[in-house]
Each structure stands twice: as structure tokens, then as C-alpha cells.
Ligand binder design. Sequence first.
Ligand SMILES: [Zn+2]
Length: 337
Amino acid sequence: MKDLRLYDPFDKMQFSDGHCFLCGTTITSGQRTPVFASWLQQQYGLQDKELLLLDKSVTTFGNLTIPCCDSCQVNHIIPLEQEVEAAAQQGLAGLQALDEQKLFQWIGKMYYGTLVTELIKEADPLIRPEYAVSENPKMLGKFRSFYQVLQSLRVPMVFSGFIPCSLFLVEVNPAEDELPFEYQDELTTMAFSIKLGSVAIVCSLLDNGIIRKALGRFYKLTQGQQLHPVQLAEFKARVFYAAYIFNVVPEYFERPVKPGDEQLVLDTLIDDVTNEVFNPWEMQSYAHMLEEMLKPWSIRKEHLLPAPNQVLSFIANESGQFKPMEHFHKEAVLGKA
Ligand SMILES: [Zn+2]
């Protein structure tokens, strides 16, 4: 009979370099896997590129590794990375054709890799930081829910009628773009984006697809278009802001396993009675998020708010159609404010 039991490191807060991040097996200190796969590092020259961690310490993409047993490495991580690598070589079409559950696991591994690095540090009494995420019960509940569905990386799992995340794939105009690789994640809101060449994947990791539904019309506008990097920044701002005001944590329930079952089936529930699904979308704070994303172009918040309750869009015009943007001239777009 197949072992369909899930591992829960949050139960005993088992975060250490001596336990595989995916199955909990005891391992030696040399057994590790890179958070950012070797193919990714090679293709985009990330090895020595600096990466800021949650505790504000700096590491490199190449140095960020997490504890992983040989069996998980060989049977689960490497095959997944090979599959995503092959899809990514085919550009947008390849990634669109990839099973969404696979893409969720791939992004989830990178997100969890940075999270678990923090949790392992916090478990060390000598380093214990001032604001430990491991001491925030609400965050821990959320991480634990996320970890349940991330286990689909190891345990054959069917999500019954849902996908745990919202995934968005958009294409960036290579003629306007200077950055072959970009990466951003937010630990608490679980918003994530990664850009591989001309394809950007933006994701909200634990919303059961609700944000994609909410932004559906807007997302549709971007499909079949090559976005200017400024437009990608706006797209990310919308998804990241939606993740920020997303106010519920999905719960997941395992169906009882019967002898002979090959897969674990998970059902889900979102409690939208006790809490509103979203906190209100506030234009001022959304404009702030947009300003953050637009930092490379030094566009300030005051430029983005033509009227108190209106935020400038680089993607949609007044009638809600896609607004093509070939070149970005700050003055032409924003006026001389
Ligand atoms: Zn393992």
C-alpha cells in the first residue's frame, strides 16, 4: 500500500538542518538542495547574484540551499525541475502548457525555501530575532495550510475541484526589457513573481484561485499582448495588492485513505462567513504598492493619483481596453507634475 501520510513540521516546529524539508527524514548536514535550481542559476547567471533575506541578511542565489534527503531530491525535486526547465525553454507556450499544479509546486518550493531558511534561523536560540514569524499564530496557521498542499510535491495528491493558488502568465516585450531575470516574493502575503526571459509568472500562493477570478477581466486584457516592463510592474502591483487585502486562509481536509488508494484527495473550505474574503481596496494604499513596483522608473505616488479616488493605469484606457505602450517617456505619460 502506498504511503499517503503527510508530514507536518509545524506540529513540533521541527525546523533544523537535520531534517528533510519535504518528508522530515533525519539527514546529515551535506544533504541539501538549492532553493533556486541549478539550471535557473546557470541560465540567468544567478550564482553570485545577491539575495536579501527576511532578516535583512544578504546571501546569494547560489548559496541558498535547504535540507533535503536523497530520496526527495532524486524522486521529487529533480524530476520537477527538469519538467519546468523543459517547459521554460519553450517560452510562454511551454509554461502555459505545463500542469498548473506543477507550476504551483515549483513556485511553492522556492517560496517555502526562503521561508524555511528563516524558520530554521529562528529555531536557533542564539539568533532569535525580534520579530519572529514563528511566534505569530496567524502566520503559522497560514504556513501550515500552505505546507499541506505543498506536500503534493512528494505525496500523490488530487485537489478536488480547486487549485490552491492564483497563477498569471504574462509576456514582456523583449525589445523594451533589460532584465532577463527578476524575482520577488512576500513572505506574509504569499505573493510571488519570477521573470524568465520574456515570460513573467505572477502568483498568489494560497487563495484557491480567488484572486485570479477577481482580476479575471484585467488579466484577460494582457493576454496576447507583449507588455512593457512598466505595464508588468502595474500588473504585479495589482496581484500583490490583492494578496495583501486577501483576508482568509483556505483550510484543507484529507479524505480518509482506503486500502489500495494511489492518491490522497484533498477538499477545501474557505470561511467567508466570519471574515470578508477581501478587505476594502483602498486607492491610496494601492497607489503606494504601485509606486513601490515602479521604483526603477522613479514614478512617485503623486503622479499616480490624478484624482483622489483614481489611480493611473498603464494597461487599461478609460474605456477599459488594452493600452499599447511601446516606449515609455515619463513626461509624456505623466505630464510634468
Ligand atoms: Zn525527504
